[in-house]
Design a protein around this ligand. Structure first.
Ligand code: APR
Length: 311
């Protein structure tokens, strides 16, 4: 089987971890692309990871480049180009600068990798993925934002921490935008198939929901000069793997809704099936009234940010 070509646009904190995880999972050959100023850093990361391959016995080729031609014919493109948050900033504060960057990136991807499946991580994700879609003209199934997988894994982590039960047996779903108005669906959180609501008091569950909502901010505060990178990278790799291996995983992703959940024309976190055709389907299901209300609120926040992109 021919190896997939995976291009990482942005070779910073998340980009470096994406390269490591993609290599360790032998997902394909990897190109780390960044601006000329960062060329030494990405070439260094690529070489360092290459030197780890013999230890694990994996055969991926990893290269670093600032020449857009080197992204040619990528099967998967994962975008983290942009600036991360600093303490006191919310994701929306990044919009102006990251919108310029995504426009440049979208033009390059359109030119050199027109058939790629594109996963966007740059924040504010819901607006940046929308911008990529508009500028590139890609089909909707080939463009998706990574947010829900990360928000859900945070929710799972806190549920496991609270109960002391294995993370493996925790299941849950976070829908909506990747901001403080995200919607962790507590009704659907289960531990070993048992509703979490039956195992944890309402007060504790509410506190977990809150910590999930502000999970990114908690890390920004701790780091002091950047945002999360390990879990975001692993979340995007889960999506890329489902595409490359046609696994058809059901993952909460920022996908373009065209009527699903009564949302039209916006990218927002919804359960999506990811297979070899990209986002193959959005699994629309009946939300309770209060859940739909919360989703509408998060949609308002997304609309507001998207409006500012002027696209
Ligand atoms: N093309 C390619 N790479 C670019 C471009 C561009 N036009 N502009 C900036 N970059 C690169 C930077 O040079 C840097 O190496 O993007 C990289 C971003 O890396 P970090 O600053 O380490 O940020 P990171 O923590 O990886 O987060 C990246 O993802 O989760 C979001 O909020 C986060 O928007 C941020 C993005």
């Amino acid at each position: 089987m021919k190896r997939s070509k995976i291009t990482l646009i942005g070779g910073g904190q998340i980009g470096g971890n994406l390269a490591l995880l993609a290599a360790q999972k032998e997902l394909g050959d990897i190109v780390i692309y960044d601006i000329p100023n960062a060329e030494g850093m990405i070439k260094g990361k690529a070489l360092d990871i290459s030197q780890l391959c013999p230890l694990d016995g994996f055969d991926s080729s990893i290269t670093g480049s600032s020449d857009p031609e080197d992204i040619k014919n990528s099967d998967v493109v994962i975008i983290t180009a942009g600036v991360p948050r600093k303490p006191g900033m919310n994701r929306e504060d990044l919009l102006d600068i990251n919108i310029k960057i995504i426009t440049d990136v979208a033009n390059n991807v359109k030119k050199f990798a027109p058939n790629a499946f594109v996963i966007v991580l740059s924040n504010p994700i819901d607006a940046i993925v929308y911008s990529f879609f508009k500028v590139s003209g890609f089909k909707k199934n080939k463009v998706v934002g990574m947010a829900g997988v990360l928000d859900s894994t945070r929710f799972k982590t806190f549920l496991a921490m609270e109960t002391g039960y294995s993370v493996q047996d925790v299941n849950c779903m976070v829908l909506g935008g990747h901001g403080d108005t995200m919607v962790p669906i507590t009704r659907l959180a289960t531990i070993g198939g048992i509703p979490a609501e039956e195992l944890i008091s309402k007060k504790k569950l509410d506190a977990i929901v809150d910590r999930t909502r502000f999970g990114g901010g908690e890390l920004v505060k701790l780091f002091g000069n950047g945002s999360a990178y390990y879990a975001p990278a692993a979340s995007a790799i889960e999506m890329a793997e489902s595409f490359i291996k046609d696994k058809k995983r059901v993952l909460p992703c920022a996908a373009l809704c065209e009527g699903e959940f009564n949302i039209k024309g916006f990218f927002i976190g919804v359960p999506a099936v990811i297979g070899c055709n990209g986002v193959e389907k959005i699994l629309d299901f009946k939300l309770l009234d209060n859940e739909q209300k919360q989703l509408n609120l998060t949609l308002d926040a997304v609309k507001e940010t998207v409006r500012e992109t002027k696209l």
